[in-house]
Write a protein that binds this ligand. Structure first.
Ligand code: URA
Length: 237
């Protein structure tokens, strides 16, 4: 994935808290104590925007822009990719690093789905990866309640009408692995897409595990809950 990156721009308090690193309340105190300047001029407003063209200093020392982070995680069940459901911990809590909490997931998995989740602090990168225009292939290992029907590969390839929708799914690839198991690759990211595709074929997904997103494949060394940073080649994707 080639990215044309725009110059970084963010609120002063966010920039200082990420680059120092410090908590937002510590930054607030330092701002009030006239300890932070932008291009040599003391600044007290935490919400003022700074860009890479500015020199921001804390107590006279120039702060560097925080580098973006890119992580692959083997998501265990019972973790969520969003912050909407307070009943479960968020996946970013598994990244026990000072910068872990600043990460968001590029594409979500359901709470009971396991496998590859990509996390980053780079909004442009996650946006490019998940953009519908890019139609990046996501591949899943699926375990099913009922035996697979003989025409299942063809039905996935032809497109399916999901409950409550009025547009067929784009062609998806299905490889039968056993009577109750398949490998499925989809190019869209509709809500509960894989589960609903099997529901449209009168079957039910019991287990769902994401193996890859585009050219990025879950590292087999990563046990559930484990993570590693992406290599530069993977980031380029
Ligand atoms: N499709 C689903 O139904 N659930 C997921 O978590 C991912 C794809």
């Amino acid at each position: 994935m080639k990215l044309i990156t725009s110059p970084q721009i963010m609120r002063l308090d966010r920039f200082v808290s990420h680059s120092a690193p410090l908590s937002r309340s510590q930054v607030k105190r330092l701002l009030h104590a006239d300890q932070i300047d932008i291009d040599g001029v003391i600044e007290r407003d935490p919400g003022v925007m700074v860009s890479e063209d500015n020199k921001v200093s804390l107590q006279g020392k120039i702060l560097c822009w925080p580098r973006p982070h890119y992580v692959m995680l083997n998501k265990p069940a019972d973790y969520i990719c969003s912050t909407e459901d307070a009943g479960y911990p968020v996946v970013s809590s598994l990244i026990e690093q000072p910068w872990g909490a600043a990460l968001h997931s590029a594409g979500r998995l359901d709470v009971d789905t396991t496998g590859l989740v990509l996390l980053t602090s780079d909004g442009d990168w996650s946006h490019a990866l998940t953009s519908p225009r890019r139609s990046c292939l996501k591949t899943y290992l699926v375990g099913l309640k009922h035996p697979l029907s003989v025409d299942i590969t063809q039905r996935f390839a032809e497109g399916l009408m999901l409950n409550g929708e009025n547009k067929l799914t784009l062609p998806a690839q299905l490889v039968v692995l056993g009577t109750h198991t398949a490998r499925v690759s989809v190019q869209e990211g509709r809500y509960h897409q894989v589960k609903r595709m099997f529901a449209a074929c009168s079957n039910r997904v019991l287990t769902l595990h994401r193996e890859s997103i585009g050219n990025i494949t879950l590292d087999p060394e990563l046990l559930p809950g484990a993570w590693r940073e992406l290599t530069p080649t993977e980031v380029e994707n």
